[in-house]
Design a binder for this molecule. Sequence first.
Ligand code: UD1
Ligand code: PEP
Length: 419
Amino acid sequence: MDKLTIQASAPLAGNVVISGAKNAALPILMAGVLAETDFFVSNVPELRDVKTSCKLLQCLGAEVTHNEDGQVRISTKNLDHFCAPYELVKTMRASILILGPLLARYGTADVSLPGGCAIGARPVNLHLHGLELMGAKIDVEDGYIKARVDGRLKGAHIFMDTVSVGATENLLMAASLADGETVIENAAREPEVTDLANCLVTMGAKISGIGTAKLVIEGVEKLSGCEYRVMPDRIETGTFLVAAAITRGRIRCLDADPASLESVTVKLEEAGAQITKGKDWIELDMHGRRPKAVNIRTAVYPGFPTDMQAQFCVMNALAEGSSTITETIFENRFMHVPELIRMGASMELEGHTCIIHGIESLKAAPVMATDLRASASLVIAGLMAEGTTLVDRIYHLDRGYEHIEDKFKKLGGEVVRVK
Ligand SMILES: CC(=O)N[C@H]1[C@@H](OP(=O)(O)OP(=O)(O)OC[C@H]2O[C@@H](n3ccc(=O)[nH]c3=O)[C@H](O)[C@@H]2O)O[C@H](CO)[C@@H](O)[C@@H]1O
Ligand SMILES: C=C(OP(=O)(O)O)C(=O)O
């Protein structure tokens, strides 16, 4: 199994090209099921989750080609299976996003229940309840969600109890082919939801309120394929910016989307970084300074993203001063904390809050993490740790970061993959 070794590195410097967003690419690939003609998606990152999504579509009978320059073509001409098996769903929770599209277009879908994962229980009740309001009959049997509808789904008024990115995306896709108007209130406003909505509109969907908490969808009878470019990955961007801040460096992220990262760049400025933005780039310059500790509370967009919480834990562990980081979205998203403590960090957990006292540098250790962003945080911690840090179980990282070691290497970070 691959591992990464990381050496204490000089301040990161140079340019890094940001990949397409994992969390936008996955729902957009699932939306391919809705298209009656060929669907072309570009800027699709080369990630394990993308490969799993392509495999899932292929196992339904869709024709999928993914070439090296990030172009995916999907044809549903021969799609004739309607089951997302446990073997695929267990490796990628986002497989649940196939449920809405399959049901809306074919009236039938069997999708393995994703179950909990390292960061929390992650139920799918909101996905199922919304589809039931749209007329679906749903049973859960033998670990599978079995959803059926006679004819088309019907438009419905849906009020989401909790803001959920995935449930909003599933219902948005389903509603696009439903009969009549669907209103989704308290919808997630994450930029990846907006990217999916824009893609659906390009396919012929009628959606208003895009980017707001109230989405109104007038269902259409058919959607066609289109060409769509996936938005830049704001979490990958944020991860590199934090890595540069920790090492007191200066980097520029190219092909990025500064507008989607406001809550993160504001905190980096509070930590002492100079941030400069262009239309599609962001530059961070620490002018050699050590970051100052910043308090963080995760929240739904446009609040501070939970997917950046672990990286900021590392920054605060190395910052001047003490801080608190509170996680409000997932109940168990501090798996990096015990590992950072093993690297010498001074931090403790009190319920959903991590209390951190900054120190000058960490000490290398063999570490591992059981989720994607926790793993990323351990890699950036290694850049400021004396000795060689060994990060194990990096298949989590490969789910969400494209060529991470090559990108760090270009910036001067000593990150090496060991086969
Ligand atoms: C592939 C993808 O895009 N993943 C992102 C997506 O995950 P995902 O879409 O799974 O996360 P949600 O927004 O649905 O989860 C938010 C909260 O709602 C709860 N909930 C969710 C659905 C439901 O039916 N019932 C329920 O109670 C969850 O347990 C969690 O506490 O948004 C998260 C929150 O921004 C990010 O961390 C993930 O990176
Ligand atoms: C939690 C994440 O992804 P997923 O929802 O796919 O597990 C993430 O991208 O940080």
